[in-house]
Design a protein around this ligand. Structure first.
Ligand code: ADP
Ligand code: MG
Length: 325
């Protein structure tokens, strides 16, 4: 059930702006779709997402009576009490994304749960519900975001060219697709399919689909487990390297994260193998007990902090070493 969190709880959640550009909207909407249990997610953008973003899923849907609630600030179905903050198993939990997105754009939502015979549709302009009715809908949720920042011209000015806004969206969807190999993803840009995966669950196959055969063919698999921690994934052989770190992708407990700490671990692991400004390509999936990390430190939830970094570093280094042997 979607409810508004109590103030004493929201005060403890790191606050921050979740909507800066189309990228952040796509991230929030796709993460909601992942949380909804969908196995198919379609993302469509036009003009870098400034004009149009659509995210459709075949997940749980939202019951009619809770559709409007979902757009209230701090409304979430994912946590209820303070204890829940320490064992988050969903990507979202702040209940801020839909309200923030709706407040700076024109949003349409069409959604239906599998139990309901008809779905619901709401239209919001600048956060105000201007239309709300029952409607026919497939099971799942489609959210369309149009005219981003139409009511905040100062922020509109900070949006970049179509191409500059598109690139990070493509990169993000690529990473989400391989981090969720059991979900079928499709990304459409200006009516052209840029990326599609088959949800086969085979990470290596999906890496090839997303990043190309050259990358897929030059990886070795990593698997290392110790006590309650494990690291798995794929890392490049010495036949494959890049002049930058763009193809270093990290998932911690199934959450896509940025981590200078993990980048440094990779650099150390390859320190004697790669030189001259070349970087390894690595897709690392690290799983640790939920109370071993703090995901609450960054509002966009991009970073994590490990409680014991040394232990994680050791596991990653040993995992890579073993992969090479
Ligand atoms: P959060 O994800 O932090 O809970 P959001 O503002 O992103 O907050 O979403 C609010 C609520 O709306 C979610 O908790 C969820 O119950 C519901 N919701 C949003 N998107 C979807 C979706 N694609 N499918 C099903 N439910 C959704
Ligand atoms: Mg969310």
């Amino acid at each position: 059930m979607i409810r508004v969190l109590e103030k004493n709880l929201t005060d403890k959640i790191a606050a921050g702006e979740v909507v800066e550009r189309p990228l952040s909207i796509v991230k929030e909407l796709v993460e909601n779709s992942i949380d909804s249990g969908a196995d198919t997610i379609v993302i469509e953008i036009k003009r870098g997402g400034k004009e149009y973003i659509r995210v459709s899923d075949n997940g749980s849907g939202i019951v009619f009576d809770e559709i409007k609630t979902a757009f209230l600030r701090h409304a979430t179905s994912k946590i209820e009490a303070l204890e829940d903050l320490f064992k988050i198993d969903s990507l979202g939990f702040r209940g801020e994304a839909l309200s923030s997105i709706a407040s700076v754009s024109k949003v349409e939502i069409v959604t239906r749960t599998k139990e309901a015979e008809t779905g619901g549709r709401a239209l919001l302009h600048g956060g105000e519900v201007i239309d709300f009715a029952r409607t026919g809908s497939p099971i799942g949720t489609t959210i369309v975001v149009e005219d981003l920042f139409y009511n905040t011209p100062a922020r509109l000015k900070f949006l970049k060219s179509d191409n500059v806004e598109t690139t990070p969206v493509v990169e993000l969807v690529s990473k989400l697709a391989l981090g969720n190999p059991g979900i079928r993803f499709r990304l459409i840009n200006n009516s052209k399919t840029l990326l599609s995966t088959n949800g086969s669950g085979d990470i290596k196959q999906i890496i090839s689909m997303v990043y190309g055969k050259e990358v897929g063919d030059n990886l070795v698999s990593i698997y290392k487990r110790e006590n309650t921690m494990e690291v798995k994934g794929y890392t490049s052989t010495l036949n494959l390297s890049r002049p930058g770190r763009r193809l270093q992708v990290f998932y911690v407990n199934e959450r896509l994260v940025e981590s200078d700490f993990l980048r440094n671990c990779l650099s150390k692991a390859y320190e004697e193998k790669l030189t001259g400004g070349r970087f390894p390509v690595s897709f690392l999936f690290i799983n640790v007990p939920a109370d071993f990390i703090d995901v609450n430190i960054h509002p966009a939830k991009l970073t994590v902090k490990f409680k014991d970094e040394e232990e994680v570093a050791r596991l990653v280094m040993e995992g890579i070493k073993a992969a090479f042997e």
